[in-house]
Ligand binder design. Structure first.
Ligand code: ASP
Length: 441
């Protein structure tokens, strides 16, 4: 049994959080490889180390002294070192690193140091070996991960050292220069390490007890999701649920390694398990039907009318969609009626060219009439248990109908794991709340 763990910034914000991490790692001897982020915020007034490092880079670029910002970073790591009773002279390490930094130093190198210092301290604290990510995670010059090389190297290092702490977020280009993923990229490092080592599970430790069924800013204390499939997760994150870094799922998904989202501040909570599919279904999930609800505001609908549209409809639809493509408008849905069809898309995508587009469509040969409606929210009700079950959409429509919410658009994919409704923006939060209340047991 081998577990790969990744701890996010909030799990490493200070010495008290470091202590929680140690406790978690030591409570299970199979937790052999630990990936760490840079320390995050202790409270809302505090700053993330990575943000401070980006700030330092900006100072260097404009030739402004950055001692004050560097002092804040040093203080953060020194508090961790002192609070955890460690010996590493982290101030000297930071000073030495920045003594070599100048205008030519890449931003990637500078911002990657947050993870680096974090991993040095965590390795000492756990008594694990520090392995620099630059020594195993290889990028090609294009920015693509060289999977073959990285896997070989990590396996080699793992067999030599056994228990490892490695920094997330970065790796090395073929010439040795540091290259970082996009923000939040330590999730990817953890997933890659889990995949390369054929781990039994990838534990992603954060500050929430798993993925919540619905946005907690809309519903107070919503239930968390015990188990979610990759397909469901994609639907939910596409519709605005913020979960993991987008690219995280791919490496572990291919190998069917379960991802477990856990809370460092509540380690006994089992969190959420993400995997391709589940052989058996839990009673509770079975009865609940839905896995989660997510939604986004600010969509628009253009209705296109053409009387006796008949066989020409497909041709007309194609032509209209070509106009949308030319305007670079991402089309979300295309509900259609007998003599009309509608195109649903994000309002932002026509912000500056709204009048031009409407003018072009109104002049369009073959269209009798077209109309724009703005201020639409799309809400996705997602659940693998919905497939081939009767009564789910009935329940959705009854709930909204009973509460006088007008549904503007309706869509369900043929895999039946997602039903999407469009409502006016002013009904958005109410709709999400009502649906949650009627489905969450
Ligand atoms: N520290 C980096 C960031 O703040 C990477 C990460 O935490 O995943 O984006």
């Amino acid at each position: 049994m081998l577990k790969v763990l990744k701890f996010g910034g909030s799990s490493l914000a200070d010495s008290a959080q470091f202590a929680k991490v140690k406790h978690i790692v030591e409570s299970d001897r199979t937790r052999e490889l630990v990936v760490v982020s840079a320390p995050g915020k202790v409270n809302s007034e505090d700053n993330k180390v990575t943000d401070l490092l980006y700030l330092i880079h900006a100072h260097i670029k404009y030739g402004v002294a950055y001692d004050g910002v560097l002092a804040m970073i040093k203080q953060k790591y020194a508090e961790i070192r002192n609070g955890c009773g460690l010996k590493t002279d982290v101030e000297a390490l930071i000073d030495e690193t920045f003594s070599k930094v100048d205008k030519k130093t890449s931003v990637d190198f500078i911002v990657s140091r947050g993870e680096y210092f974090s991993a040095v301290l965590m390795a000492e604290y756990l008594g694990y070996t520090f392995v620099d990510a630059a020594d195993w995670l290889s990028f090609e010059f294009s920015g693509k991960v060289n999977a073959e090389k990285s896997e070989k190297k990590l396996r080699e290092l793992k067999s030599i050292y056994g228990r490892i702490v490695t920094p997330g977020f970065y790796g090395a280009l073929p010439n040795g220069d540091i290259h970082v993923f996009s923000r939040g990229g330590s999730d990817i490092t953890g997933a890659l390490a889990a995949a390369y080592l054929d781990a039994d599970i990838y534990e992603n430790w954060t500050d929430v007890s798993g993925i919540l069924m619905v946005d907690p800013r809309i519903v107070k204390n919503p239930k968390s999701i015990a188990r979610v499939t990759y397909d469901e997760l994609r639907e939910l994150s596409y519709m605005g649920a913020s979960v993991l870094h987008e690219d995280t799922v791919f490496p572990v998904r291919i190998k069917d390694i379960p991802v477990n989202i856990r809370n460092t501040n509540e380690p006994d909570n089992p969190g959420t398990i993400i995997r391709e599919n589940f052989d058996d279904e839990l009673e509770e999930e079975n009865e609940r039907f839905i896995t989660g609800i997510a939604g986004k505001r600010n969509f628009s609908i253009i209705n296109v009318y053409k009387s006796r549209i008949g066989e020409e409809k497909l041709g007309l639809l194609r032509q209209v969609l070509e106009v949308f493509a030319r305007y670079d408008i991402p089309v979300e849905q295309i509900p259609s009626g007998v003599d009309s069809f509608s195109v649903v898309f994000p309002s932002e995508s026509i912000r500056v060219r709204k009048h031009e587009l409407m003018h072009e469509l109104s002049e369009f040969e073959g269209i009798d009439n077209c109309a724009l409606t703005e201020g639409i929210s799309l809400i996705a009700i997602v659940g693998r248990q919905m497939a081939y079950r009767t009564g789910i959409s009935g329940k959705i429509f009854k709930t909204l109908g009973d509460n006088h919410i007008n549904i503007r658009t309706i869509e369900q994919g043929a895999d039946e794991i997602n039903i999407m409704v469009g409502v006016f923006d002013e009904d958005f939060e109410k709709t999400v709340r009502l649906l949650y209340e009627s489905f969450a047991l």
